[in-house]
Design a protein around this ligand. Sequence first.
Ligand code: AHM
Ligand code: MG
Length: 337
Amino acid sequence: MKTLVEFIYDQQENLNYATGEFSRLLNDIGIAAKIVNRDVNRAGLAGILGFEGSVNVQGENQKKLDVLANNEFIKALRNGKQCAAIISEENEDVVVFDDETTRNAKYIVALDPLDGSSNIEVNVPIGTIFAIYKRKSIGTTITKEDILQVGTELVCGGYVIYGSSTMLVYTTGQGVNGFTYDPTCGLFVLSHENIKIGELGGIYSINEANYIYFPEGVKKYIKYCQEDDPESRRPYTTRYIGSLVSDFHRNLLRGGIYIYPGTLKNPYGKLRLMYECVPVAFLAEQAGGKASDGFRRILDIHPDDIHQRSPLFIGSKAMVEKAEELMAAFSSDFVKE
Ligand code: AHM
Ligand code: MG
């Protein structure tokens, strides 16, 4: 039985950039995840369901648990002192830790503290998504280059799923490993070692209610998924929870594709590049899968804004490639750029 903490320290030896500081930072994320897990589990009893009464930078009504989870992660990362700044879905601006002990910290964390929060009240799995970047400048104030880093610079991507059991899944570029939370001893324990996603899965996940707004390539791909061709396992089955972490986690373990495309109304889709698409893209690639915006590799997209959105096609390699092929063949230019 290997705990998350033991695993992090073992892996540290294989990372050329890592020191105890990085391990401490990951450990701090694990601590915040335990606290959020406790809050999510007793939400119906603790009066923390429902809306906070505030609106975030995306114009979305914040849930009480969105705010609570955001505060817990910020608190844990501030106390841990290894993180210089946080980019969060719930904060319009970068949260900079500018006190004596955190000013020189080496890492930047991008965070969706509670993803899928529209599902909170109905006991459907929700999650936390995190991305860790190494800071470029040291000892000075935080710069734009520290914050707006491309996905290929990521040093760690991961998520926590608060589901039928709670799991933390992460990668530092040496494969993907999953840890199940054991509430009896308060530890994350290695349960899913070196996760690999099937080259061809049998699940497609997309909010089909938006069908009429989808680009032609996506419409064609949906029809392709529904065709009868047993050799390629079609028709696939459809599963859509409406919580990226849960949909991605299921497809990672079972094989499948998740799509949130751009539409004529929203050419860049809904999901945020830095703290939703990039960390799961890193995980998908490390598990042998693929992630793109329909045309370009997600990890190659340079962000201009911390809350920038991107279409997302992610999962089993052969499925993403087929969707990309149809996007290239049928889509108009509005999402290409
Ligand atoms: P959130 O971060 O505000 O929860 O929004 C992101 C979520 C994803 O988890 C999920 O896949 C998607 O939004 C669902 O959107 P829709 O309801 O449009 O299908
Ligand atoms: Mg989200």
